[in-house]
Design a binder for this molecule. Structure first.
Ligand code: NDP
Length: 275
């Protein structure tokens, strides 16, 4: 557990991450390493905050001179609601999908963007996944929906599953898209399985029968921590290739850094700080 502050007691800072839980976040260590490598006298802290308190927490941070925040579970939809404009990096500038949730905010301008999905796509390239794969996406939260939009835009063959399947029904209705929705998280015949549920944070097993998976499949969990997310541990036992969310964390953090500060992020230093 890393150091964090309750939002009502957060001290002055330049940048912060807001979430609940947030004590596991490696963002403070990663961004602090980036500032040190770039010779910048800035600080970045972790703040515990629930969605109902999100606007008040940002008002407090803004009044204290904070320049920008990253947003993690469960605050990304609250961040989308808070932001006065959406787009920028996650919009037409990099050809990415329109954002459905926000994980990076610039407090001066009130703008919010998603660095998650461009960060995720960059992490796939780092894992050597360069071509479109037959993909099963697990979850329907902020990250899953952002990834789905991007994968659909790039015409990946996509199937989804979520514990609450109505969320994908609603998503398809609202977006006017048609995605196969599974009743069970069945890995049969997929080349890439992405876990974008938050079960990696709670180490809850989804009970997937990994013996049904293609032995050459890649399995990616967006979560990261001191222990390998349980879904990856199970998939690795079955002989599959597994990747946790650290590379994505670094890539999306680097994009946030570059958006806020307009200088190239020291990616190698950032990755080293969280490895
Ligand atoms: P959300 O809170 O928006 O969504 C949570 C999702 O997890 C929902 O689909 C929910 O299903 C599902 N879920 C929660 N508990 C269970 C359970 N016990 N069984 C099955 N499904 C469950 O989270 P985010 O989309 O923001 O984040 C998802 C994960 O991705 C987290 O682990 C987060 O840490 C990680 N992440 C990592 C990043 C990185 O940089 N590496 C960046 C962004 C996210 P339901 O709809 O049924 O409630």
């Amino acid at each position: 557990m890393n150091k964090f502050f309750e939002w009502q007691e957060s001290p002055e800072c330049d940048f912060a991450v807001l979430g609940s839980p947030v004590g596991h976040s490696l963002s403070p260590a990663m961004h602090s390493a980036a500032y040190a490598a770039a010779g910048l006298d800035l600080d970045y802290i972790a703040i515990q905050c629930e969605p109902d308190d999100f606007p008040a927490a940002l008002e407090r941070l803004s009044s204290q001179g904070c320049q920008g925040v990253n947003v993690t579970v469960p605050n990304k939809f609250a961040a989308y609601e808070w932001a006065q404009s959406h787009g920028g990096l996650a919009g037409e500038d990099v050809g990415a999908a329109p954002t459905v949730s926000v994980n990076t905010i610039c407090l001066d301008s009130g703008a919010g963007i998603s660095t998650d999905e461009p960060g995720f796509m960059a992490s796939l390239r780092a894992f050597g996944i360069l071509r479109k794969k037959k993909t099963l996406l697990l979850g329907a939260g902020g990250s899953a929906q952002a990834l789905a939009l991007r994968l659909l835009k790039d015409e990946w063959p996509l199937t989804v599953w979520n514990r609450t399947s109505s969320k994908w029904d609603d998503f398809c209705d609202q977006r006017g898209v048609d995605i196969p929705i599974l009743d069970q998280p069945d890995p049969t015949d997929f080349e890439l399985i992405i876990n974008a549920t938050s079960t990696g944070l709670t180490q809850t097993s989804l009970g997937i029968e990994w013996s049904k998976a293609d032995p050459s499949a890649h399995v990616v969990d967006l979560a990261y921590g001191e222990r390998l997310p349980v879904l990856l541990a199970e998939a690795r036992t079955a002989g599959l290739k597994v990747h946790d969310g650290r590379q994505m964390l670094m890539e999306q953090g680097a994009l946030s850094f570059e958006w806020w500060l307009d200088i190239a992020a020291p990616r190698a230093d950032m990755l080293k700080a969280i490895s």
